[in-house]
Structures are given as structure tokens and as C-alpha cells.
Design a protein around this ligand. Structure first.
Ligand SMILES: C[S@@+](CC[C@H](N)C(=O)[O-])C[C@H]1O[C@@H](n2cnc3c(N)ncnc32)[C@H](O)[C@@H]1O
Length: 314
């Protein structure tokens, strides 16, 4: 791994102001990565307690090194953020004041050839964020049925040639490296123009499937709403593509919608987790200056919700 490559955090100032940091309060950075957002939070408000999570072993070691100065205030957890409830329970913490999710992959992961996230080189078909999990991109590409591959590539990649790509993968098996996958896609796109690299969407789709990203995000956001302080706890989410942003938007819209059983019943039969207020009606995007300084920030989208009340689901 190239040790010099680090991650430039996106929309740091916007993240800091949306979390409403207060001395003595507890916050969670659910995707600590290189620790950039965490560091900014601790520099802005040194007396907070910070719980830093990442499922990537190397991210945890890089972040703990970068946050050495704040070791009294931070505790690290190498686990999936879907386990957020267990982490708090094991620390006998009932609620926290803010939770940050900065989704997707870090620059360190993208630039580490052994991880296979990038379509630019000839790398192993891995794509696991958690290096100890069993399922890899290689397993999906070489063993899943043509129909399963088609579903993954169309749903998670919104790829218009998903059917052709799925068929070509099955016909070309075994795929041995990321170049094999990129070449299949390039052969299908040979006569068709694409604004982005033709492999972008299929690589995104396989990565989402390998890491079960849609399932764990839905689970973690719903759990987060239960764990935030009422009233005033803040949930801050940065997403990088429409699949994850749609999940955030759907949950925020559902929980901020009026509940039909508010007064009549002691429990909520509409399965609301919480009553929330959406803080930014308009999605927050990086400034032109930020995109100029850090082109990878260009697709970032920030959403903020605040807890008003909690609900007991039926
Ligand atoms: C965009 S990076 C975060 C960068 C970080 N905010 C910073 O400023 O350095 C996303 C990180 O989230 C982690 N991640 C993604 N999904 C995760 C999950 N389900 N559970 C735990 N960590 C996850 C990745 O391993 C990666 O390190």
C-alpha cells in the first residue's frame, strides 16, 4: 500500500456546523477513514467524547495514528457501523448527541492495488471493505448466476447494458483480475459513447453487493435514529451516489412525515422510529472551490436531520 496517499475529507466546515458540537457531549464518527472529520471535530471542540468506527482494519490503524494527540477523547471500533447499537450498549451509553456517516470508499482504499476497488489497473477482484469477510468480488463474478449478476448491475449500478454485461461475464469465466472485468465492459461499450468511464457503474454495483452496502446503511440509519438524544440529536450523512442518497432521503422523509397514530395510540403503528426535522430542505453540495481543490468531492451530497422525539414501534 502506498503510505503517502491519504484521504481529503469532504465538506468539513459544513459537517462541523451541522453536528452542533458541545463540550462534554458524545458523538459518533461511523466512518472514521483517515480520521479527517474526527480530527476537525476534536480540534473545534476538544472536550467531546468521540466513538470512531470503521470496518477496515487499515483505516482504524491510520486514524488512530492521525488522532494520537486526542487519544484520551477517542475510542476506536473496527466493526461494521450496523453494529452501532452493540457498541453503545457495551459502553453503557444510552444516547449520543450526533452521528456522522461519510459513506463509500476512502482514497487510501481506492489507491491500494491489493484491494481491487479501482478499474484503472490489473488488480485482484476483492473490493471488501472488511478484509476478514468471506465474500469477494471474485466470488460474485465467478459463481453468481447470470440473472443475479444482471440484478446487481442494474439495481446497484443503474447500468443500461446490465443484461449484456452479465451475459458476457458468465461467458468469459473465470475472471482473474479487475482488468478482465474492465475489458468485458469496454468491449460492450466499444461503439457507444459514455461521459464517465464505462466501468464506473459496474464496479460500483459489484462493490455495493460485496459489502452489502444498501442493507447495512438502512439498518445503521434506523438504529442511529433510536440512539440520538431527544430532542436535538443530529444525524449527518454524506453520500456519493444516487443509490445511497435515495436510502437516506427515503428514511428522512418517512421519519419526518406526520404520524397518523400520534395521539390515538401509545405505540406507533406506522413503524416510525423517531420524529425528526430535516434541517436542510435543499441538499448541501461542495463548493466550486472545494471541487477544484478535491475533484473526488464533486459527487458528495450532505443531508442533516434532527431528532424531535422518539417513537415506540409496534
Ligand atoms: C469516505 S471514507 C471516510 C473518510 C473520513 N470521513 C475522513 O475524513 O477521513 C469512508 C470510510 O467508511 C468505511 N465504511 C464504509 N462502510 C462501512 C460500514 N458499513 N461500516 C464501517 N465502516 C464503513 C470505509 O471503510 C471507509 O474507510
Amino acid at each position: 500500500m502506498n503510505k503517502k496517499i491519504t484521504h481529503k475529507s469532504v465538506m468539513t466546515e459544513e459537517v462541523l456546523s451541522s453536528l452542533n458540537l458541545e463540550t462534554g457531549k458524545t458523538y459518533i464518527d461511523a466512518t472514521v477513514g483517515a480520521g479527517g472529520h474526527s480530527k476537525a471535530m476534536l480540534e473545534r471542540c476538544p472536550d467531546i467524547k468521540l466513538i470512531a468506527i470503521d470496518q477496515d482494519e487499515s483505516a482504524i490503524s491510520i486514524a488512530s495514528n492521525n488522532l494520537k494527540k486526542f487519544s484520551q477523547s477517542v475510542s476506536f471500533y473496527k466493526t461494521n457501523f450496523a453494529n452501532i447499537e452493540q457498541i453503545l450498549r457495551s459502553n453503557e451509553i444510552k444516547e449520543v448527541n450526533g452521528i456522522l456517516f461519510d459513506l463509500g470508499t476512502s482514497q487510501m482504499q481506492l489507491n491500494d492495488h491489493a484491494r481491487g476497488f479501482s478499474f484503472k489497473e490489473k488488480d485482484p477482484l476483492d473490493m471488501r471493505m472488511n478484509q476478514s469477510q468471506e465474500i469477494t468480488a471474485e466470488k460474485i463474478l465467478n459463481t453468481f448466476s447470470e440473472y443475479e449478476l444482471f440484478k446487481i448491475i442494474s439495481q446497484y449500478g443503474e447500468e443500461r447494458y446490465s443484461k449484456k454485461i452479465a451475459r458476457a461475464i458468465v461467458n468469459r469465466r473465470p475472471l482473474n483480475n479487475t482488468k478482465d472485468l474492465t475489458n468485458i465492459i469496454l468491449s460492450i461499450y466499444s461503439k457507444n459513447k459514455s461521459k464517465i468511464h464505462p466501468a464506473t457503474k459496474t464496479f460500483q454495483a459489484i462493490r455495493i453487493a460485496v459489502n452489502k452496502e444498501t442493507e447495512v446503511l438502512t439498518e445503521a440509519l434506523n438504529k442511529s435514529l433510536k440512539l440520538l438524544k431527544k430532542p436535538g440529536g443530529r444525524l449527518v450523512v454524506i453520500s456519493f451516489h444516487s443509490i445511497e442518497d435515495r436510502i437516506v432521503k427515503t428514511i428522512f422523509n418517512k421519519e419526518s412525515a406526520a404520524c397518523i397514530c400520534t395521539k390515538e395510540l401509545p405505540i406507533c403503528v406506522c413503524n416510525h422510529v423517531a420524529t425528526i426535522k430535516i434541517i436542510n430542505k435543499k441538499i448541501i453540495k461542495p463548493s466550486i472551490k472545494e471541487i477544484h481543490n478535491n475533484p473526488s468531492s464533486r459527487s458528495a451530497r450532505l443531508r442533516i436531520a434532527e431528532i424531535i422525539n422518539k417513537r415506540k414501534a409496534s
